[in-house]
Design a protein around this ligand. Structure first.
Ligand SMILES: Cc1cc2nc3c(=O)[nH]c(=O)nc-3n(C[C@H](O)[C@H](O)[C@H](O)COP(=O)(O)OP(=O)(O)OC[C@H]3O[C@@H](n4cnc5c(N)ncnc54)[C@H](O)[C@@H]3O)c2cc1C
Length: 422
């Protein structure tokens, strides 16, 4: 059986590795000629770590990233609102990792290159279009990035579009969809070596819905040297939800300090000096906060979508990569169970994953677990003396628990995933 995956991102590579576990060797077609370690920090939540552990990759993640110990929320004055342990510290059977996206992609790529049959990952081939043949197979055409010539058709039993937020496979099914939908916020992202803060393995968020910072360390190497390779994101609301985005989203667009840093000049706490951290950074990327409305269907006969191609979501709640990994495991299971009915397997995958991820897209539009900061900001815009007078412990607990359950990383669900991988 032949499966073709479009895109060697985190979703596409996880799918190839998951299919191989089931004895199916897929071929990946990637548009770039060479994978470079692009991006900054990303989180792998325990439900996704359980799957990667099953794929034998937990040690590689531990060697490279940080085992996140706690997640803390603060108001813009640096007053603590919520603190919860994460990963092993929270009693999960597996860790939560914070890691450089490019290094994480490389771990997956190296595993795929070692395990898949020779020439199963083909670079410099950009998916253009496909048709379904009279025998129900998929005929696929690519643009060769070396010659700029159309090449194909290549014939496959199943085609999976894991080609990210600008998915060409998705655009073939939804030609009128247009660009991603802007939330009105812009993110400035970067990573820089600094002194460790709090536990040295803490992820923090401070602020409220219209102005926020998200900061966490992402390198084990720096941690072992007594330093922190610190990923930071500054977020500002500059427009209305649904407005055209001010810039086209590109993961490599350079950002300028003067566009956001003056707004944060007072965000200096006794445990972290954010303006100093940002000012000591050389390379900053700018990205509008975008997602897409959930669509009615991902699977069309022997073709389906996965990861950001299927359900691009705001980077709130640290879920983008994790959900792509869960898609991959779910899809591999359905294909392996139903090799003789690929369209049926792809529809079963869609039935399981589309509603689940659409609910996360919707929750993230309402701020997801970051809602706690907005509630405190609205009730106590000038700070507080006693947090319990602003928001009760029960309400804080409820917000945190609700999102974990919705996104599938509550204790019960993760233990089930970890158990099924033994
Ligand atoms: C360069 C880059 C940097 C990123 N940096 C961050 C970050 O710092 N923090 C963060 O939270 N998220 C980042 N992301 C997004 C994050 O990786 C995804 O949200 C998440 O991991 C889901 O992964 P995915 O595999 O679905 O999509 P992606 O990781 O976007 O991967 C899609 C892949 O498909 C390839 N592709 C696209 N079009 C075609 C085509 N027509 N034919 C063949 N291949 C194609 C792309 O080159 C890419 O390798 C980044 C994505 C990219 C591509």
């Amino acid at each position: 059986m032949d499966v073709m995956i479009i895109g060697a991102g985190i979703g596409g590579l996880s799918l190839a590795l998951s299919l191989l576990e089931k004895g199916i060797n897929a071929t990946i077609y990637e548009s770039v000629r060479e994978i470079k370690p692009l991006g900054v920090g990303i989180n792998v939540l325990p439900h996704a770590t359980a799957i990667l552990t099953d794929l034998g990759l937990q040690d590689r993640l531990r060697e490279t990233g940080i085992e996140t110990k706690e997640l803390c929320y603060f108001n813009k004055f640096g007053q603590e609102i919520w603190r919860e342990p994460r990963g092993i510290a929270a009693g999960y059977p597996v860790p939560q990792f914070s890691i450089h996206r490019g290094h994480f992609q490389k771990i997956l790529l190296e595993a795929a290159q070692q395990r898949l049959a020779k020439d199963s990952i083909r670079f410099g081939l950009s998916y253009k279009r496909h048709t379904i043949t009279t025998s129900g197979k998929v005929a696929v055409w690519f643009e060769d990035r070396n010659t700029n010539k159309l090449t194909g058709p290549l014939i496959t039993d199943a085609l999976i579009g894991a080609d990210g937020i600008h998915s060409a496979v998705r655009a073939g099914f939804y030609p009128d969809e247009g660009p991603p939908r802007w939330s009105g916020a812009v993110l400035w992202r970067a990573a820089v070596e600094s002194a460790p803060f709090l536990s040295g393995r803490s992820m923090i968020m401070a602020g409220h819905a219209d102005q926020k910072i998200v900061i966490y360390p992402i390198s084990r190497n720096a941690f072992e040297r007594g330093k922190s390779y610190t990923n930071w994101i500054a977020e500002l609301t500059l427009g209305q939800s649904g407005d055209p985005a001010p810039t086209k989203e590109s993961w490599n667009k350079a950002g300028k300090k003067e566009d956001f840093l003056p707004e944060f000049k007072e965000w200096v706490y006794d445990w972290l000096d954010y303006p100093m951290l940002a000012d000591s950074t050389n390379e900053i990327f700018e990205f509008p906060m975008v997602d897409r409305d959930p669509v009615e269907a991902w699977s069309f006969g022997p073709v389906t979508l996965l990861g950001d191609a299927a359900h691009p979501m705001y980077p709130i709640g640290s879920n983008g990569a994790s959900q792509a990994i869960i898609d991959a495991r779910t899809l591999a299971n359905f294909i392996a169970e139903d090799k003789l009915d690929i369209p049926g397997a792809l529809k079963n995958y869609e039935a399981k994953r589309l509603p689940a991820t659409a609910a996360i897209v919707a929750a993230n539009r309402r701020q997801g677990p970051d809602e706690i900061m907005q509630i405190v900001h609205e009730r106590a815009p000038n700070g507080f003396k006693n947090l319990d007078d602003v928001i009760s412990k029960e309400e804080r607990e409820q917000i945190a628990a609700k999102y974990k359950q919705l996104a599938g990383f509550d204790h019960a669900t993760v233990s089930k995933v970890a158990q099924s991988s033994k």
